[in-house]
Design a protein around this ligand. Sequence first.
Ligand code: SIN
Ligand code: FE
Length: 306
Amino acid sequence: MGMITIPREAASQGHAENQARLWCQQMEEGNILFFPQTPIALPEEDLHFLLTLEQNSSGLHKNLAYKPQLDRISGAEMKGADAAAGERLHHILREYSQHVTAFLASFLSPYQSRWQLDYGSFRPQEEQGRNLPLRRRNDLMHTDAFPTRPSRGARILRFFNNLHPTKTRDWITGEPFRRLAPQFAPQHIALPREQSTLTRVTARAACGMGLGWAIPALKRSPYDDFMMRFHNFLKENAAYQAQGKREAWFFPPGSSWMVYTDMVPHAVLAGQFALEQTYLVAPEAMVAPEHSPLAVLEGMTGERLV
Ligand code: SIN
Ligand code: FE
């Protein structure tokens, strides 16, 4: 798997539908789409604000999340003199989220915006040498799964901007899910099992009534459960971390990239100041659904997993 470079004109001037379809397919196969010059340029003064926020704000948390559904930021409980900075940060993240979403609506037109906007984030910390608990480390190879937000088969698509004025953001990526999963499951990690009809019907009903959050065990499908376990398994597997196949990528300042992080194992080794927006893309929108982790797992088990 590799990286597909998108020429600047293609990102800015529109393109044919079959070209957009090919990009969706390449991404669904496990490639990174790379924009040497980001299509989501920030106003100069906003960029400056983000790059100097750390020095100037005391109430700044390490991870700054933007929740588009609620139009709220978290991790920036800034009071007093910092309240204005909090407002401004909120504004910048909202604009970024909207801008990326508008861009992708046309750039990935075959998806017809059949996605749910998940969190966005600003990542002001230097990634190299961060001291995080093992399962939260992003410098260990992993596929993404969100403990609090099961996707029930929706795909995790993430769009990034490297805002650093001079430094690259350094990633490694590995073999895609369809090649990785069979190396470990079922010998080293148990495959998911289909739920009983009763559990499935109850789970559907609970989620349909908006009650899924109240009963996490129901909200999380067997697929979600496996994806969470797989995330942990990879991070905890020293042999895979040391010897697994990998490629290195150095995303330059001012570039953007996007990738299905639920299927492409990845780790960030160094870099500072990134913006990111996450989407949960509907499984029905896939142009090459056979590559999705859900299809791979259902193929391996012969069972329905959501
Ligand atoms: C991740 O592991 O999903 C984070 C990657 C990054 O922050 O560059
Ligand atoms: Fe990740």
